[in-house]
Design a protein around this ligand. Sequence first.
Ligand code: ATP
Length: 382
Amino acid sequence: MLRVGLTGGIGSGKSTIARLLEERGAVVVDADKLAREVLEPGSDGLKEVVKAFGADVLNDDGTLNRAALAAKAFASEEARQTLNGITHPRIGALTGQRMAEAPEDAIVVHDIPLLVERDLAAAYHLVIVVYADAETRLRRLVGSRGMDENDARQRIAAQATDEQRRAVADVWLDNSGEVPDVTGLWDRLVGFEKNVRTQSYASGAPIVVPYDERWPAQARRVARRISVAAGGRHVEHIGSTAVPGLAAKDVLDFQLGVEDVETADALRDALGQAGFPYLGQYEDTARGEGDWSKRLHAGADPGRRVNLHVRVEGGAGWRWAIDFRDWLRHDAQALEEYADLKLQLSQRFAADSTAFAYGAAKDPWMETAVKRVQAYKGGQAS
Ligand code: ATP
């Protein structure tokens, strides 16, 4: 199953996009709908609400009077927390239930307005943010929904900012004008789901591309996801994409630090289910004494290739990845040499999809780099 988070500001078009994905075959779980369900007449949620806020939050027919409840619940922080304490666990349980009921190969789209406010991005395989500028949203809310303009303005102001949403968006859909075409997005989701289900990784040709300014933000999102899947452990963005200005294959490299190899093995399934299937156990080329072994995982998302190296934190392989990256970040001459080498080799080995010969041909220069990295480290320490 693929879990997709769908969010955006009020009136941005979340439901519109959810419907388009549903038409293609997604299972949509609508957070607003579940929020209403847990307070339906006869529910224990509604009974709890009446106990906490009084019977005058009910209409004559026994249904919830939302305006009356809102007036009481938003009167103080304490009251708001009381209401959340009643609704949130119930909504959470119902969400889990709906997701568990979905078929094994489902693409579940969770339409959740407060994904950013509740810091939930890392729990999804992928997050889609629907965007429309504030004026457009106002126009739609007031125009087609008949919402009061001041009310709409206040709600927009109380929500997360566009910048906060952008930080969690694996996919940013601009719905300010025409409703965007979701064909490419849907194909990506289908490929991603299949890869997670079959524990396959997304592959591609080893083409070196110019440095991409979007890599750091993408890396922050993926790193967070890996860390959450691994119980909050330490994740570092390493490799060429972690060096500003360096051309690289469009594959983000990460290392996840573990206490020992047993922990690496114990985390295998959790990482696989989070979208980073296991590839195998490897020995890196030793650049000195110590532990150069690693467990390699790779990303299942066809739209964002990832290599994940699981290493014992502080071991030789772990330290080299960080030192080599930091040296390239600080030494402009080294950066240029390395960039030239990569460009030459990528042209020479363009037809080699394994990237093995490419890696081997880099070795002589890497050997000379060892001493220079040590010198850099020495300089840092003194
Ligand atoms: P809410 O936050 O209230 O749940 P939402 O983000 O789900 O809203 P929608 O209900 O999908 O947003 O859209 C808000 C309104 O704008 C609806 O009336 C919808 O039909 C309309 N709308 C959505 N996208 C577009 C578009 N690209 N062009 C014109 N109107 C649109």
